[in-house]
Design a protein. Structure first.
Length: 84
């Protein structure tokens, strides 16, 4: 089989859908770079900062909860309401 006789390429050429008009309108000349996106103000700056702070503090909070749970078990005087 020669490189010109590629049945897969022939099949793909037959079934390929042309680009929609809205995509063709947005494409510029070949080799032209796309314009830089416009700068937008940060909407969620404080919320993201609070989320990052909570994510950074989470391991410490988990460790503190574990220590408190262990301490509560160590200082248990056994006066629970067990019947028996």
């Amino acid at each position: 089989m020669t490189p010109d006789e590629d049945p897969t390429a022939d099949f793909l050429d037959e079934v390929r859908v042309p680009e929609p008009h809205w995509r063709q309108d947005r494409t510029g000349p070949a080799g032209e770079r796309a314009p830089e996106p416009a700068e937008r103000p940060e909407r969620w700056g404080r919320t993201r900062a609070a989320g990052r702070a909570a994510a950074q503090a989470a391991p410490y909070l988990q460790a503190a909860a574990l220590v408190a749970w262990l301490a509560s078990g160590a200082f248990d005087d056994g006066s629970g309401n067990q019947t028996g």
